[in-house]
Design a binder for this molecule. Structure first.
Ligand SMILES: NC(=O)c1ccc[n+]([C@@H]2O[C@H](COP(=O)([O-])OP(=O)(O)OC[C@H]3O[C@@H](n4cnc5c(N)ncnc54)[C@H](OP(=O)(O)O)[C@@H]3O)[C@@H](O)[C@H]2O)c1
Length: 292
C-alpha cells in the first residue's frame, strides 16, 4: 500500500494532517447532483482512502445536495479521531441542479446546521466560506467585502458549532478582511500545474502558516491535458495525474491535496503520487507550462 506519509504533514487548526487528502465532490451523481450510480463503490473509496492514511476529507452539504455528506457518514461514522472533515457553505442547489448563492447570515447558519446533521456531528472541524466569484467566472475571486458572511460564521464558531474557519475562492484582500474577524486555517482556491493565478497567494499563505488547498488539482470537470505533462509523466514512468499532484506537493509546503475521484483505481493512482519524486529537470519543465 502507498505510504502517503511520504508527502509529509501540515498543521491545520488543531490537527496535523497528511498533505495527501481526498476531495469527496465526485461521490455524488453526475453534475454533483443526486445519488451516485454506484453507492457501494463510493463507500469503498472513502474507506480505502482512510485506511490508506488520508485524514483530511473535503466535502459540502451542497454536493448532491446532502448526498456526499450522507455517504461520508455511512462509510466512516463514528469518525476516527484524527480525521479532519472540511466542509463549505455559501451556496444551495436548485431542483434543476443549478448552483445558487446562499450567503445571508440566516442561510449560512442553516447550512452549518445542515452539515452538522448530514455528517452526524456536534461540531464541524473546519467550515470554509465559499465566496461568490467574478460573475464571468465563478472559480475566480471577486473583490466584494465578505465581512458580513465571515462574521456570521465567526459567531457560529463562538457558539461552539465550528472548530476552525477557512475561505474558498477568496482573494488576498478578502483573506486580510477575514483575518481581521477570526483566524483562518485554510484557503481553498482554483490552482494546478497549468492554472497558476494564485502563485502569489500560495506564497503569502505559506509565510503565514495557513494551508492552501487547491481545488481542481487535476483540472476538475476538464481533466488536465498538456503535452509537456504527458511527456514528463512518460519520462518518470508515472501518469500525468500523478505528476500534476507531485508538482503541487513540491510547489509549497503548505499545499494540501484533495484530488477527487469516484474510482478505486484512480484513488490508488492518486495516493501513489505521495511517493513520486520529481527530479530537478522534470520540475523545470513543469514550472514552464503554467499560466496565470
Ligand atoms: N471550493 C470550491 O469551489 C470547489 C470547487 C470544486 C471542487 N472542490 C473540491 O475540490 C476537490 C477536488 O476537485 P474535483 O474533484 O472537482 O477535481 P479534480 O480533483 O481536479 O479532478 C476530478 C476529476 O478527475 C478525474 N480523476 C481523478 N483521478 C484521476 C486519475 N488518476 N486519472 C484520470 N482521471 C482522474 C475524476 O474522475 P473519476 O471519478 O472517474 O476518477 C474527476 O472527473 C473536490 O472533490 C471538492 O471537494 C471545491
Amino acid at each position: 500500500m502507498t505510504k502517503i506519509a511520504a508527502a509529509g504533514t501540515f498543521q491545520m487548526g488543531e490537527r496535523r494532517v497528511n498533505r495527501m487528502g481526498y476531495g469527496a465532490m465526485q461521490l455524488a451523481g453526475p453534475g454533483v447532483f443526486g445519488p451516485p450510480k454506484d453507492r457501494s463503490t463510493a463507500v469503498a473509496v472513502l474507506r480505502e482512502a482512510v485506511e490508506s492514511g488520508v485524514n483530511h476529507i473535503d466535502t459540502s452539504d451542497f454536493y448532491g445536495p446532502h448526498v456526499t455528506n450522507q455517504i461520508i457518514r455511512e462509510a466512516l461514522h463514528p469518525y476516527p479521531r484524527e480525521l479532519a472533515i472540511v466542509t463549505k457553505v455559501g451556496a444551495t442547489r436548485g431542483t434543476d441542479a443549478s448552483w445558487n448563492p446562499a450567503q445571508s447570515p440566516a442561510e449560512l447558519t442553516r447550512a452549518v446546521h445542515d452539515n452538522l446533521k448530514s455528517l452526524g456531528v456536534d461540531i464541524l472541524d473546519v467550515v470554509n466560506l465559499r465566496v461568490m466569484g467574478d460573475p464571468r467566472d465563478a472559480h475566480k475571486p471577486a473583490s466584494d467585502s465578505i465581512a458580513e458572511q465571515f462574521g456570521a460564521l465567526a459567531e457560529l464558531k463562538r457558539k461552539g458549532l465550528i472548530r476552525h474557519l477557512g475561505l474558498s475562492n477568496a482573494s488576498s484582500a478578502q483573506l486580510k478582511e477575514a483575518r481581521g474577524i477570526a483566524d483562518v486555517v485554510c484557503v481553498q482556491n482554483f490552482f494546478n500545474v497549468v492554472s497558476r493565478g494564485d502563485d502569489a497567494l500560495v506564497d503569502e499563505l505559506a509565510a503565514a502558516g495557513i494551508a492552501y488547498v487547491p481545488f481542481f488539482p487535476l483540472g476538475g470537470f476538464a481533466p488536465l491535458q498538456a503535452a509537456e505533462l504527458s511527456s514528463v509523466a512518460k519520462m518518470l514512468d508515472a501518469t500525468p495525474m500523478q505528476v500534476a499532484l507531485a508538482w503541487l506537493l513540491k510547489r509549497a509546503p503548505n499545499i494540501l491535496l484533495i484530488p477527487g475521484t469516484s474510482s478505486l483505481a484512480h484513488l490508488r493512482e492518486n495516493l501513489a503520487a505521495a511517493e513520486l519524486e520529481l527530479p530537478e529537470e522534470a520540475l523545470k519543465r513543469l514550472n514552464a507550462i503554467g499560466t496565470a
